[in-house]
Ligand binder design. Structure first.
Ligand code: NDP
Ligand code: MG
Length: 383
């Protein structure tokens, strides 16, 4: 029985991870659950999975939760309790399913406690890839990818020599605006942006999928997970989301991982690795697939993808700057303070203005704050 911790249990990845646990009661048990503010759902999860510890990061939500009675579960609240939850008890693997930069400190805490990481929170690896991979190596911790594309690379690379990789072919659905021009995207609404064609996800990543910045974040994520050059990572638009990514080797062979788009598959593989177990994920019905198509991404319209490559190549704290500018811009878009294409303008403005520093934890925390201030000021002035 593997004991697991789920940080972000009330979100899209968190609830699907709990579904994986529900389907594998002999294999997985929940030691810790942690979320932010969704008291009702969190209370239900505690009752069903009976973790040893349950934490809400939001203080007001924790107050509400603490009025309820749970047998055998210790409750805690606040940001520090959320970070500490990552290192709690005998859990062997921590699923990082919270969104955004807030994932950085808990992930480091879990690694230092020598717990393997099932990594969904890609922002952490984008912001602090060097630091996280270094700590993981020093502590003998595995970083197991949950993101479907990186999970696909991981499966394609089993038993392979990493020095024989030619290219990582990172597939992208293209989001709801594939084929559109900048002109057509000027006035798109939040509702249109949130209508993703193939995946049902949290709001932040859904906006990132529409701007293709999600793919940009995934380029940087792939760089740190597989230690290849940026020029070896190629984005391929594949609207059907059946091929989850591919690896091309030095002999020209391409190995791909295919499945119906269902996040429970990569979540389960990361949690049960190295074992491959039965799952409720539907079989692919090849005769019902009309076609599988592949296109070049449109770097001109979806220019955030360029900013990701350039921030990644510049290195140091620049991917952190890129990520923070994006988080602020996405939030502002969701609140109706800026338009869709302004997300790119905010990022561009900020990454041009910020210097690059050595990516120590202290510098990253500082850079994140400074970038957020700068991005907010720019939004305030420009729109
Ligand atoms: P959701 O928005 O659905 O869920 C986010 C979760 O994190 C919720 O449990 C939320 O708590 C919690 N949370 C939010 N902010 C904080 C905070 N400041 N401190 C602690 N907990 C917090 O996001 P997703 O599940 O879609 O995504 C989670 C991560 O996984 C992201 O990094 C995303 O990029 C990545 N990912 C997601 C995929 C998907 O299919 N959804 C695919 C690949 C990667 P509450 O709801 O209680 O407030
Ligand atoms: Mg992905």
């Amino acid at each position: 029985m593997k004991k697991i911790t789920i940080l972000g249990s009330t979100g899209s990845i968190g609830t699907q991870a709990l579904d994986v646990v529900r389907n594998l009661p002999e294999e997985l048990s929940v030691e810790v659950l942690a979320a932010n503010s969704n008291v009702e759902l969190f209370a239900k999860q505690i009752k069903e999975f009976r973790p040893k510890l349950a934490v809400l990061a939001d203080e007001a939500a924790y107050k509400k939760l603490s009025k309820k009675k749970f047998r055998g579960t210790e409750l805690a609240g606040g940001r520090q309790a959320f970070i500490d939850a990552a290192a709690f008890g005998n859990s062997q693997i921590v699923l990082t399913a919270m969104s955004g930069f807030a994932g950085l400190e808990p992930t480091i805490k879990a690694i230092k406690a020598r717990k393997n990481i099932a990594l969904a929170n890609k922002e952490t690896l984008v912001v602090a890839g060097e630091l996280i991979t270094k700590y993981a190596e020093l502590c003998g911790v595995k970083i197991l990818p949950v993101d479907s594309e990186h999970g696909a690379f991981f499966q394609c690379l089993q038993g392979e020599d990493m020095r024989k990789i030619n290219r990582l072919l990172l597939t992208a659905s293209g989001g709801p605006f594939r084929g559109k021009t900048s002109d057509e995207l000027k006035n798109v609404t939040v509702k249109e942006v949130l209508a993703h064609p193939t995946w049902n996800m949290g709001k932040k990543i859904t906006v990132d999928s529409a701007t293709l910045i999600n793919k940009g974040l995934e380029v940087i994520e792939a760089k740190f997970l597989y230690d290849v050059d940026y020029d070896q990572i190629q984005v391929v638009v594949h609207p059907q989301s059946i091929v989850h990514s591919m690896v091309e080797f030095c002999d020209g062979s391409v190995i791909a991982q295919l499945a119906v788009p269902d996040m429970r598959l990569p979540i389960q593989y990361a949690l049960t690795y190295p074992r491959r177990l039965d799952s409720p994920v539907e079989s692919l019905k090849f005769w019902e697939l009309n076609s599988l198509t592949f296109e070049r991404p449109d770097f001109k319209t979806f220019r955030g993808l360029n900013y990701a490559y350039s921030s990644g190549k510049l290195g140091g704290t620049m991917p952190c700057t890129f990520n923070a500018a994006n988080e602020v811009a996405v939030n502002a878009f969701l609140q109706g303070r800026i338009k869709f294409l302004h997300i790119y303008d905010v990022i561009e403005e900020v990454i041009i203005r910020r210097d690059i520093f050595t990516p120590t934890l202290e510098n990253l925390l500082e850079e994140d704050k400074a970038t957020r201030r700068l991005a907010e000021q720019y939004i305030e002035l420009a729109y």
